[in-house]
Design a protein around this ligand. Structure first.
Ligand SMILES: Nc1nc2c(ncn2[C@@H]2O[C@H](COP(=O)(O)OP(=O)(O)OP(=O)(O)O)[C@@H](O)[C@H]2O)c(=O)[nH]1
Length: 232
């Protein structure tokens, strides 16, 4: 992950750059030599700086939480994970973007190939929530029309600092017809579910017969949340 100030960012500095921003190959290889899979898809994590995109990715990929001082992502990077969906192996190539405004022109270029976008805000940061509409406009401008969008209200573990109610996130998602859930990279709440919903959607798109009902990410997520029997 290209995080400014991290050890890995010195590696990133040896990569090709544009205005000092590390640029990775546009088409991250979906052909992992040692990984077997049936379908592959690109998922992008987007949202304001500091909402927890890198932490959500690390939680999903490694089952760990990056606590401590916050190091902002520089440019864009990706990690792969193969998941099992009803007997099929789906390779998720997950792109972690920099939330900072100065990297926006770099990350826009990657929207077009994305099958799914996980759009994050931070439930303890009202501005990050208010900016969601602007992020959705960008998605509308740069992403494919049929891209799957999921709104994630992250840092749900920080109840004392919360300033955005769950109902506000739900309403915004409803207004835009997109799936919603609250997540926590710290506790792992709903992180797996978010990525699995995306993987299921992709598998369904690839295998669905003309008369089969269309898979709905929103319905799937709502069903799974009900099955958890909790308020998340
Ligand atoms: N309590 C709590 N802290 C979190 C959570 N997710 C992220 N953080 C913290 O929030 C800070 C920012 O997290 P990052 O994942 O680096 O944020 P980012 O969205 O990748 O930021 P940029 O790289 O600048 O775009 C870090 O200090 C994390 O430890 C969470 O779910 N709960």
């Amino acid at each position: 992950m290209s995080k400014a100030g991290s050890k890995k960012s010195s590696k990133a500095a040896k990569r090709p750059t544009a205005n000092g921003i590390p640029i990775l190959p546009r088409q991250g290889s979906l052909q992992g030599a040692s990984e077997f899979y049936d379908f592959a898809c690109k998922v992008m994590l987007i949202g304001d700086s500091g909402v927890g995109k890198t932490c959500v990715l690390v939680r999903f990929k490694d089952g760990a939480f990056l606590s401590g001082s916050f190091i902002s992502t520089v440019g864009i990077d990706f990690r792969n994970k193969v998941v099992n969906v009803d007997g099929a192996k789906v390779k998720l190539q997950i792109w972690d973007t920099a939330g900072q405004e100065r990297f926006r022109s770099v990350t826009h270029a990657y929207y077009r190939d994305a099958h799914a976008l996980l759009l994050l805000y931070d439930v303890t940061n009202k501005t990050s929530f208010d900016n969601i509409r602007a992020w959705l406009s960008e998605i509308h401008e740069y992403a494919q029309q049929d891209v799957v969008i999921m709104l994630l209200g992250n840092k749900a573990d920080m109840q004392a600092e919360r300033v955005v109610k769950r109902e506000e996130g739900e309403k915004l998602a409803r207004d835009f017809g997109i799936a919603f859930m609250e997540t926590s990279a710290k506790t792992g709440l709903n992180v797996e579910l978010a990525f699995m919903a995306v993987a299921k959607d992709l598998k369904s798109r690839k295998t669905r017969k003309p008369n089969d009902p269309k898979f709905s990410v929103t319905e799937y997520v709502d069903q799974e949340k009900q099955n958890q029997g909790c308020c998340s």
